[in-house]
Design a protein around this ligand. Sequence first.
Ligand code: NDP
Ligand code: MG
Length: 391
Amino acid sequence: MSRRRISIFGATGSIGVNTVDLIARAPERFEVVALTGGHNVALLAEQARQLGAQFVATAHAEQGAALAEALAGSGIACGAGPAAMDEAAARDADWVMSAIVGAAGLKPGLQALERGATLALANKESLVCAGALMLQTAARANATLLPVDSEHSAVFQALTGEPRGAVERIVITASGGAFRDWSHAQMREATPEQAAAHPNWSMGQRITIDSASMFNKSMEVIETHEFFGIDPDRIEVLVHPESLVHALVGFSDGALMAHLGPPDMRHAIGYALNWPERHPLPVERLDLARIGSLNFAAPDETRFPALRLAREVMAAGGLSGAVFNAAKERALDGFLARQLRFTDMSVVVEEVLAQMWSRGGLGNAAMSLDNVLAADAEARRRAGEVIAGRQ
Ligand code: NDP
Ligand code: MG
């Protein structure tokens, strides 16, 4: 059997490292075409040597010399900056992991889809910013899009073999993040260190803080709407502190199919890597008798306004998702730089959306990579102004 040709965009991050771990366990099944990373070129070079990658790229031109030095003598080709990232995306992998964080992951993912590859999508920002463009590109190129976000992988698995017309609702669960039980007054004083301590999942810093603000869940609601083509009013969020049930699908006959698993991203990554087959994965097997009980509660949209904003964004459509995501990314930068309070991130996002909606034209704009990136840049600029105005 020929080996599956793999590329990983964002190899040095949390999802990337877990993907490398799974691939390294089965070298007879995989051939590594390209790896990309950002600042962590030492790890990127180590991964490339370990997996025998053919090409390696860092997004940052100034890191090129350090990457070349770290790969010296390996025979592995490398490059730095936008042209090198384009080359990594152009190399002919059959299966590509999209695990760059933020809107920076959109373009490489689209490039992989344009080549007709199977794109395993951890980068939820791609669907939030440009869902229609991603799906149209995949359809035109006969490419396959697979979910990697744990909730969406769970929904995908629960839907397999089921008639789509029978789906009544999709329920995605949320741990509630670091501040599940904090009051608004407590969250107002929260530090980046406190927000970056997730109770259950080990993830990159940005998504962990997005979990604490529920921006992560609000992005996942939009991701559910885009990926599965389901109406927003059929998507529910359920707080589930144990993070063992990842999602549920409700059918017209009253059945509710739940997907359970330990909070270990190697399940969802491995499912996408092996799809449409299933192979054994190195994840813990749940002992439900020992766990004993599972808890569920409705989310509090007053303490977590991001959930309400996501519904407004879906109702407005078009480029609203790109604005929402970019304003959120800029607000998170402000929080990390201690220029903005935790609770003010949603205030900034709401203000930027209001500004850009009042100007008009977002909802029905045609979607291309250029106008998504233009809306993203304008939203970041406006978010910066709103943040400066609050200081
Ligand atoms: P990390 O922050 O851990 O990793 C991000 C990766 O992207 C790193 O390889 C980083 O490189 C690279 N990167 C950062 N900025 C850029 C840029 N401007 N251009 C190119 N590459 C860049 O993130 P995660 O792995 O946690 O998350 C990745 C994606 O997966 C996100 O979209 C997240 O929402 C999603 N996701 C993550 C989950 C998780 O468990 N972590 C779960 C579900 C979804 P370097 O570090 O070398 O600078
Ligand atoms: Mg998730």
